[in-house]
Design a protein around this ligand. Sequence first.
Ligand code: MLT
Length: 254
Amino acid sequence: MSKPLDVTFTLAEIEARAGQGLADAVCVVFDVLRATSSIVTALANGATGVWPVADIAAALALRRRQPEVLLAGERDGVCIRAAVSGGVDFDLGNSPREFTPERVRGRTVVMTTTNGTRALRACAGAGRVLVGAFLNLGALARTLEQWRPPRLLLVGSGTQNEAAFEDALAAGALGEALQGLYPAEQISDGALMARELYRRYAGDLAGALALSRNGRRLLAVPELRDDVAFCARRDLYPVVPVLTGEVVRAQGTG
Ligand code: MLT
């Protein structure tokens, strides 16, 4: 029996938990570098919804049914081009800085990324699914303080099959913000690890993200390096993205 506040760190872990049932849980999914930071930014900048799909074929099938959607995502960190998709250039990559009001306002964005969109889909059977990043951490904490979920699972999407430092850090930051709701005896060791990690690095989130495998990968690519500092910004957007059916929408926008 898991503790009321728990954290998972890898895709395999959340897929296994989903198999055991998540119907009584609220899940918050983090892929700080960068899928969930991009989803938060897209919704904050006026996208009507972000439709996470597990693979390129599913994204292309949706575009055939609904030609007006924007296609977004990455493979190996870069925008999906025709050579990779089998003929279609995606409109956007997975850099949150691309999801500007000019590009996304009023549009539905279909997104496929290596881990983040898969973790989101794995949580689809949960009672409620929220999308988290440092960019919207305060808004998430305020919402969860109102909801007071008896079971809260903070989901790190990880990288390939491994844990990701930055997702553990963000889960720890949310755990820290919700200390009043989940006292020590109600948190798992995973939640304790994440919170202690966050406490260690809270004073320099951008520096902490730069230590991570994903941070180092992005910093090495000139056009992506600024994503690291961007994704480390706290509380830039007051948006609370909720998976509603198949699509992530900003809470309150239907
Ligand atoms: C993912 O979903 O695996 C990541 O967001 C990858 C990336 O940084 O583009």
